[in-house]
Design a protein around this ligand. Structure first.
Ligand SMILES: NC(=O)c1ccc[n+]([C@@H]2O[C@H](COP(=O)([O-])OP(=O)(O)OC[C@H]3O[C@@H](n4cnc5c(N)ncnc54)[C@H](OP(=O)(O)O)[C@@H]3O)[C@@H](O)[C@H]2O)c1
Length: 278
């Protein structure tokens, strides 16, 4: 695959976590189904990034897509989030680890530049630390060198984002967080993102919110729209400004998830779902 041009920001991300030996076949299936944005990580513990790259190479070689049609996102993961398959020298500085990890990701994905590079999670649950500042600076260096178009952070709290703001460093283009309905679908972080023109990516929209999927209001909306509860949740997400991820392994669900883009919920329904659980 060649160097990408400016791919537009996607409207759905296909997540490749936890697919192990099925990563290549499911990634290829997702691209065949119509997904054009792929989320992965150079973290062998939960992702098989090399297999994502194999699937994309096949998809490009067979003419299904071109690199320029794809939005590729991967992540830098600290050693504490990794298993023994480290994509960097753990004795190296964090800046060097970032450079090594991204170089390895580009090799896995067969590209000279990803579309988005995320810090998988800050080093501390409460605070944005000096380590995070070093990693973020190294990620900016990689971006400025043309190895990623955009940068983001994942698994962050409002406090982390406030601390980034207070230290006057560049804010991310993306935040990627688990989205719990009982926390107002991550209301505070989403508001921060809206104020700062950051695109909020939400994951575990279905798995973290099983009670919502079974809520009578969702059933009613689904029946009225001839849709499934999962489609209502994805449509809701998009309606309130969340860029959703799905990690489905099921071909029919891939189609349904993508078809949810055609579904528009009225503002009143969005407000009610937003307040269902928190
Ligand atoms: N940054 C991070 O730390 C982080 C953490 C977790 C995840 N992620 C990313 O987010 C991606 C998605 O993860 P996730 O937690 O949202 O999802 P997930 O764990 O991959 O699971 C999605 C679940 O929803 C079901 N599903 C999907 N579409 C459905 C539909 N239309 N109808 C019924 N069930 C449906 C799937 O079942 P079927 O397979 O049967 O469809 C599956 O059980 C991951 O692959 C990864 O890329 C990032």
């Amino acid at each position: 695959m060649s160097t990408p041009h400016r791919t537009p920001i996607p409207d759905f991300l296909y997540g490749t976590a936890w697919k192990e030996d099925r990563t290549a076949s499911l990634t290829e299936l997702a691209v065949r189904a119509g997904f054009r944005a792929i989320d992965t990580a150079n973290q062998r513990r939960h992702y098989f990034e090399a297999e994502v790259g194999e699937a994309l190479a096949v998809a490009c070689q067979t003419g299904l897509v071109r690199r320029d049609d794809l939005f590729l996102q991967t992540k830098f993961t600290y050693q504490r989030g990794q298993d023994d398959h480290l994509p960097y020298d753990p004795a190296a500085t964090l800046s060097v680890q970032v450079a090594q990890s991204l170089a390895n990701s580009l090799e896995h994905l067969g590209t000279a530049c990803v579309d988005s590079y995320l810090l998988h999670g800050p080093s501390d649950n409460d605070d944005w630390t000096d380590d995070d500042a070093e990693v973020w600076e190294a990620m900016r260096t990689e971006r400025d060198a043309g190895r990623t178009r955009l940068l983001g952070v994942s698994n962050v709290s409002l406090r982390h984002l406030d601390q980034m703001t207070a230290s006057r460093i560049e804010l991310p283009a993306f935040v990627q967080n688990r989205c719990y309905a009982r926390h107002g679908w991550d209301r505070e972080v989403r508001e921060f993102c809206r104020e700062h023109e950051i695109i909020y990516q939400g994951f575990s929209l279905l798995t973290a919110n099983k009670n919502v999927l079974h809520h009578p209001l969702i059933a009613e909306l689904a029946e009225g729209a001839n849709a499934t509860p999962a489609q209502i949740v994805f449509s809701f997400a998009r309606g309130v400004g969340i860029l959703p991820l799905t990690g489905t392994s099921n071909a029919e669900h891939m189609q349904q998830d993508l078809a949810s883009r055609e579904l528009t919920l009225p503002p009143e329904a969005l407000r009610t779902i937003e307040s269902i659980a928190g």
